[in-house]
Design a protein around this ligand. Structure first.
Ligand SMILES: [Zn+2]
Length: 236
């Protein structure tokens, strides 16, 4: 395996980060973002869904309250990564229920994201892995990829997988000749990345205790995604 790269080697001035849910930016890219922020790169974070489906059966946390809290948690996470004043967009599409491809809702979302990519003009886009087992991640990849196409833009892309190694099947993984694996040694960004993940308190079982069916990031998942190297996939 090739040795991991130093984040300083990433030639990026304007970076768009695509997080299907609030927490993916920290889990998937937190270390690289911390380094890029310290180098003064322009970083715009696009949160695609409202994250409101993680506690659907909580009597005290209706969807709107949870979604607002998740935005506040995302803001805290960005502060931990040195991105407290970085621009961000909360697209607020429904978590676990993105509008189907070709529907009016999809067309509106596509128009909105196309306007964002035109305004950010990224030279690198950090995307969720195109075949992540979580549907929202695949849909977010598709939405932003189509927006770049419709804007006539072809920035470099790096894709980060969140659920692939945990619940992915063989077909979900990169195919021979499809992608190149890039590992970034995040080094001294690790404590900030861990704090950024922990800032998503509702997803770490810290905040809401009245929904036994709720989603919760396990310690094993957090450990897996907060190691010394962040893995990205670059299309060949
Ligand atoms: Zn996610």
């Amino acid at each position: 395996m090739t040795p991991p790269l130093d984040p300083a080697s990433l030639d990026a001035q304007r970076v768009l980060v695509v997080a299907p849910h609030p927490d993916d930016e920290a889990l998937g890219c937190g270390g690289l973002l911390w380094h890029l922020a310290r180098r003064g790169r322009l970083i715009h974070v696009l949160f695609v869904t409202d994250g409101g489906a993680s506690h659907l059966h909580s009597p005290t946390w209706p969807r709107a309250r949870l979604a607002a809290t998740r935005e506040a948690e995302a803001a805290s996470a960005l502060r931990e990564l040195g991105l407290g004043s970085a621009p961000r967009t909360f697209l607020r599409l429904p978590d676990a229920d993105l509008p189907p491809h070709g529907s009016p809702g999809d067309a509106a979302a596509l128009q909105g994201v196309t306007a964002i990519v035109r305004s950010v003009e990224p030279d690198v886009v950090l995307l969720p892995w195109r075949r992540d087992p979580h549907r929202d991640h695949r849909d977010a990849w598709s939405l932003v990829t189509r927006a770049l196409d419709s804007a006539g833009m072809a920035p470099a892309t790096l894709e980060y997988a969140i659920w692939l190694d945990e619940i992915g099947v063989a077909d979900d993984h990169p195919r021979p000749g499809e992608m190149e694996r890039v590992g970034y040694a995040i080094g001294n960004a690790l404590p900030a990345k861990r704090r950024a993940v922990a800032a998503h308190r509702s997803q770490c079982g810290e905040l809401i205790h009245d929904d036994p069916t709720a989603f919760c990031l396990t310690e094993a998942t957090i450990e897996r995604l907060t190691g010394p190297v962040e893995t990205y996939w670059r299309p060949l």
